[in-house]
Design a protein around this ligand. Structure first.
Ligand code: GAP
Length: 460
């Protein structure tokens, strides 16, 4: 087994064991492509989302946050082109009837699929006599629609068709006019949204990398088309800033300029941000210049005017759009896979997550040296209660030995542990402050703790 494959297994196992991520519907045997976030996972996820929201909504005057409905009028997805065009190439094993992504099978066979139509893929499969992973003949490549369809209402005809949104962007475009009418922003301005999206992926895989129920952090940034190059460049840099803020190592993030033939027809430029995941270099985020395609389609289909009036020049035009689209789950997987570390401490292998304090679900753990000494427990709880008023993500733990508590905190990525010992209460009011990455300890006066920790958590 390759070490990187092994690493993925270790991450999946740690995530389940320690309450980050569980397979969805586990007690009923699971449901492929779905995962449930446990207590630590949901906190890590919220920390990621909060960094994004603060960076792009709270700290900016030009971006408006929204939270649109997941169920939308089917006309939204007809206008956007998803009803007809949101599909993946599917091939079926003619013997077992198992279904696969044709592009994945071709790539695994060393075929460069860039620019290939579904017909081209069928031809190459025939020419090369490619077999399914089970060794059987494959059928032709067909269109597999990826939107989850549902019906709304209880009338006899079966109600109105609706879809679980396949991207959060749709909710943004239909709210462009609402936000414009409420706030009268000048260009450039953006609308941001974090939320769930649903895709009936043929082959969900690689843990939370490709799932059927996902979460996106998307911005549609409306611009004057004259400035698209400058605005695109600004967003390219902003994505790097976000990756830095959540602690992704720069050397593991790569830009891939998507060539003309592979871009959606309405996109004038697309950059995929890729990440070195344990299973290979794969897409982390997308940045696209979508022109006025979306507003144009929605304006035409709905009959609503969506033009922008430049009050200084009197010019009227449909704004163009730059779209930075970031997956929450992929961010989390990139963070977990780059943070997963092993070293040797006191002769024993130690597993630790080198999470940035900005995203770590637990930032500080407070322990009494011994749990059967009431004076240590009282002091430790006093410190714990005082700290949690000032810092989020503070926990108290007294079970097992201090060594075991350190290991447990290391494994979930807690950057700092504080231990109250006899010196604290009998000598100098100091505690030990242990650093996760170096496993070294320093003594800090209790009165200084909040200041020292806040500095460390911000500085890191
Ligand atoms: N609105 C544009 C859009 O949705 P996309 O490239 O299909 O573009 C954007 O998706 C991002 O959403 C991806 O870069 C990835 O981070 C995330 N994503 C897409 N499909 C996913 C899936 N099945 N599972 C997990 N994340 C996914």
């Amino acid at each position: 087994m390759k070490p990187e494959e092994n690493k993925m297994e270790k991450i999946v196992s740690l995530c389940k064991r320690r309450g980050f991520i569980y397979p969805g519907s586990l007690i009923y045997g699971g449901l492929a492509g779905t995962f449930d976030y446990g207590p630590l996972g949901v906190t890590l996820k919220k920390n990621i989302e909060n960094i994004w929201w603060k960076m792009f909504v709270e700290n900016r005057e030009d971006i408006y946050g929204i939270d649109a409905a997941i169920l939308m009028n089917e006309k939204v997805w007809q206008a956007s082109g998803h009803v007809d065009g949101f599909s993946d190439p599917l091939v079926e094993d003619l013997k077992t009837h198992r279904r696969f992504r044709a592009d994945h099978l071709l790539e695994e066979a060393g075929v460069d699929i860039k620019g290939m139509s579904f017909d081209d893929m069928s031809k190459v499969i025939l020419e090369k006599d490619l077999k399914s992973p089970d060794g059987n003949k494959l059928g032709p490549v067909v269109n597999f629609k990826m939107m989850f369809e549902t019906r709304i209402g209880a009338d006899a005809e079966g109600g109105q068709v609706s879809y679980l949104r396949p991207e959060t962007a749709g909710g943004i475009f239909v709210n462009y006019k609402n936000v414009y009418d409420s706030f009268h922003p000048k260009l450039p301005f953006g609308i941001a949204q974090i939320g769930k999206a649903f895709r009936n992926e043929i082959a969900p895989r690689d843990f939370i990398f490709r799932v059927r129920e996902l979460e996106q952090m998307e911005i549609e940034y409306f611009i004057d088309p004259k400035n698209w190059e400058l605005e695109f460049e600004n967003w390219r840099k902003s994505i790097w800033e976000f990756a830095d803020a959540v602690g992704l190592p720069r050397e593991n993030v790569h830009e891939l300029e998507i060539p003309d033939a592979d871009r959606a027809f309405y996109s004038k430029r697309t950059i995929d941000f890729e990440f070195d995941f344990p299973f290979g270099k794969k897409e982390l985020y997308g940045l696209a210049y979508r022109t006025d395609y979306d507003l144009g389609r929605h304006s035409k289909a709905s009959g609503e005017k969506m033009e922008y009036l430049n009050e200084e020049t009197g010019e009227r035009f449909l704004p163009h759009v730059i779209e930075p689209s970031l997956g929450v789950g992929r961010t989390m997987l990139a963070i977990l896979s780059s943070a997963y570390s092993e070293d040797t401490v006191e002769g024993e292998t130690r597993v630790f997550l080198k999470l940035s304090p900005a995203v770590a679900p637990v930032k500080v753990a407070v322990f009494p040296l011994l749990k059967n000494k009431p004076e240590l427990v009282t002091k430790a709880r006093e410190i714990f209660v005082a700290l949690r008023k000032e810092i989020s993500g503070v926990v108290y733990d007294e079970s097992g030995s201090v060594g075991k508590r350190y290991r447990r905190q290391d494994e979930i990525g807690t950057p700092y542990c504080i231990t109250v010992d006899f010196d604290t209460i009998e000598k100098d009011n100091t505690v030990t402050l242990r650093d996760r990455d170096t496993a070294t300890q320093e003594r800090i006066n209790v009165d200084e703790l909040v200041k020292v920790l806040k500095n460390k958590i911000v500085l890191n």
